[in-house]
Design a protein around this ligand. Structure first.
Ligand SMILES: NC(=O)c1ccc[n+]([C@@H]2O[C@H](COP(=O)([O-])OP(=O)(O)OC[C@H]3O[C@@H](n4cnc5c(N)ncnc54)[C@H](O)[C@@H]3O)[C@@H](O)[C@H]2O)c1
Length: 400
């Protein structure tokens, strides 16, 4: 059992803090935020959580681990500081903003032997889980091409989110370069396909809304791309295309992440309305029900007996049938989930990895393969699509 500190009590942290607090593998939760009232509010929602003044106080305290839920460009230095202070780290995506920051995290994980995990929600996207099962069974034959999209229109919640996050200065930060938030698209593909990107050519599309958001003279990232596409070469000789769109006519309510995988024996194809499996031998199968949140599998009805039927149903139906939730603690029943059932599974992965001293699913080496390609892709887009090489930090199992 270990104790955990939440760093950053903004929009995304709350649901995770509640899951960490409820997990039987976590003894207590402490909270901090630059804005003290946010930390106090979250702590009061949790009930028994303490508040500390700042991240320095958190790292000087006796907490065993921290969850970093600060803004997306701030993770790298905070994660390294936490690891160097002897804390295990769970980090919201992306891993870091620069290649140097990623290298520093890998070094710190290797040298301290502590657990690092990036909470990539696409790792448990039901279509990714299904593709992972099909890849493991060899059903694709040779996987040689995939598409990963993260298409989230600014008008679908992002204006409000950036205003909450950035205060009066929010327009400076709302221009976060789409390709530097690459993990939902890349992670959803590589979460099934055991390869990594080794080169990229990308195109960025300058924004035309002229509302001061994607404006290089306002942007703290000097960025005016609101949409971008990248074509990656993979280590096994295949290719992978991602789209990162922030101005896009996606109907509201349609999942923003979408994946399609091409193999020599079969194709798993996801669209807004259906997920279908093509077999080269001729079969076409509609697998939409398997990947739609509904009735999850693997749970033990005996464990759920005595639980309020409404809570039981919301727990089971918060996940898709393709999700095996048998390992989740009973304490999660009745708690919120999110991003297609991924939050419960990610929290349990981290807690289990720390307590059992195992490598977590999205460990530092995996996280680097989900994040660095996007950083290099943004550079390629800035250089008018010049094809650039992507470094690799290797496999976790051989990394030390
Ligand atoms: N699907 C997903 O995986 C997903 C979805 C949403 C958000 N996120 C990630 O979650 C993270 C948080 O997003 P959010 O929307 O909650 O942001 P937010 O701006 O609402 O919250 C961040 C909070 O961190 C605090 N903070 C910043 N620096 C700090 C520091 N040094 N010490 C203490 N507190 C600090 C801020 O005051 C703020 O309250 C981001 O990195 C984002 O990329 C991931």
């Amino acid at each position: 059992m270990f104790s955990l500190g939440i760093v950053g009590a903004g929009q995304f942290a709350g649901g995770f803090a509640k899951l960490f607090d409820a997990h039987p593998g976590v003894s207590r939760v402490t909270v901090t935020d630059l804005l003290a009232d946010r930390a106090t509010k979250l702590a009061s929602e949790l009930g028994r959580a303490a508040v500390v003044a700042d991240v320095e106080a958190m790292l000087a305290s006796d907490v065993d681990a921290v969850g970093i839920f600060t803004q997306r460009w701030t993770h790298g230095p905070l994660v390294v500081k936490a690891l160097r202070a002897g804390k295990h780290v769970y980090s919201a995506v992306p891993m870091a903003y620069t290649a140097e920051e990623i290298g520093a995290i890998i070094d710190a994980v290797r040298e301290t032997g502590l657990t690092y995990m990036m909470g990539e929600t696409s790792y448990y996207n039901p279509v990714t889980v299904l593709a992972r099962q099909k890849a493991a069974a060899g059903d694709f034959g040779r996987l040689f091409y995939a598409e990963g999209d993260y298409v989230h229109d600014m008008d679908h919640g992002f204006y409000a989110a950036y205003q909450y996050s950035g205060g009066a200065d929010w327009k400076r930060t709302a221009s976060f370069p789409p390709l530097k938030y690459p993990t939902h698209a890349i992670g959803g593909v590589l979460g099934a396909w055991g390869t990594h990107a080794i080169s990229v050519s990308a195109i960025g599309i300058p924004d035309q809304r002229q509302d001061g958001v994607f404006d290089t003279s306002v942007s703290m990232f000097g960025n005016d791309f609101s949409n971008a596409s990248a074509l990656f070469g993979t280590a096994d000789g295949g290719s992978l295309r991602t789209n990162e769109f922030r101005r896009v006519g996606l109907a509201e309510g349609v999942p923003e992440s979408r994946f399609t995988y091409y193999g020599t024996e079969g194709i798993l194809e996801q669209s807004a309305l259906a997920t279908v499996w093509h077999e080269r031998s001729g079969g076409l199968h509609d697998l939409s029900d398997l990947v739609r949140p509904g009735e999850a599998t693997g749970y033990d009805e005996a464990v759920l007996s005595g639980v309020d039927p409404k809570l039981r149903d919301s727990f089971v139906s918060g996940h898709a049938p393709v999700h095996d939730i048998s390992r989740l603690p009973r304490e999660f029943i009745g708690l919120g989930n999110g991003h297609m059932g991924s939050h419960h599974l990610l929290v349990d992965d981290f807690v289990t990895a720390v307590n059992k001293r195992e490598l977590p699913s999205v460990n530092a080496w995996v996280a680097a393969r989900y994040t660095l390609p996007g950083i290099v892709a943004h550079e390629s887009a800035l250089r008018d699509g010049e094809r650039l090489r992507i470094d690799d930090f290797g496999d976790a199992s051989t990394a030390g």
